[in-house]
Design a protein around this ligand. Sequence first.
Ligand code: GDP
Ligand code: MN
Length: 378
Amino acid sequence: MKIHEYQGKELLAKYGVPVPQGRVATTPDEVETIAREIGKPVVVKAQVHTGGRGKAGGIKVGKTPEEAREVATQILGMDLKGFTVEKVLVEEAADIKEEYYLGITTDRAARRNIVMVSKEGGIEIEVVAEENPDAIAKLHLDPAIGLQDYQMRQLGFDAKLPKEALRGMGPFLKALYNLYLDYDCSLAEINPLVLTGDGKLIAADAKVVLDDNALFRHPDLAQYQEEQEDDEIEAEAHKRGLTYVRLDGDIGIIGNGAGLVMTTLDVVQREGGRPANFLDIGGGAKAETVTTAIDTVLLDPAVKGIFFNIFGGITRGDEVAKGMLEAIATMDIKVPIVVRLTGTRAAEGLALLEGSSLVGAATMQEGAQKIVELVNAG
Ligand code: GDP
Ligand code: MN
């Protein structure tokens, strides 16, 4: 479960870390009131589950309460990478001199937690990792030893943090580490950790992802769970009873069986395509399910084509074919659809599809190649 920045900061504050003074608001009126209370320039920050909010226009400074209100009207209700902004965090604006990165996550390959520190804060760590990998100091943690003071010093030193940040950074990293362990996180980041003009350190952002399987151990976070807004399309898909995960590509994927769908994602990726989602319609899918599945995949405006990969076992090929024909007859589908149908009643199914606008494929590989070609051709 992802939690919002303001919630992450609430957790950090519990661990004694300085976070800017502020509160959450849902209307420009409230924003103005909070700004007046703070009595200093404020920063108004969109609370949505995506990074890069600054660049996308979701973070703005208001020097006066009136200006805070003005920027709040711009941010509240805006679409930020597919999320509608319903809440903003209003807090004292930081006087930023430098921005650093602190993060902890699980390195599955190493089977350890990994701590990362970088002088290149304020931009996504994935970007730093790609463009300037040497700028990230890393350390795998031995679970029996944890995170020791000397290790933190070493990390700060390796990351070439300036003197004024070296010592002060320790408590932030320690808090992040304790929070990470206590709350069964899979990611905990402070990005940026800000060095202010007067030489203070402050956690200007907090990103925390909790392991869903461990949520039952944290009844104190039930409130966060309630406030959590899923991806809108995922929420809708789950309402419709579909197993759907949104991804960031442009090829819609529909299949029956989690393993088959996972494989389809890999094969499409290998052919140079970028899957837009995972959607498993399960066994014994009837025509209606197929229509719903197509409709759901097309909720994502990024989708430029759909690859249907059906292995007929319990699911009958002719049922699926009927569903597809129904879908294309009743819906205004503007993207190409490639269908790979095999197994039970595949021949009957493919026969039904003949003469329609659907593109048949004999194998998964061929289907993946065809959809990638069609999507690339526009
Ligand atoms: P993210 O882009 O979604 O990770 O949001 P962040 O909270 O990390 O903010 C992005 C950027 O906005 C930061 O790196 C800063 O450059 C800027 N920013 C955030 N808070 C403040 C602030 O209080 N004052 C000023 N001047 N800039 C800020
Ligand atoms: Mn950030």
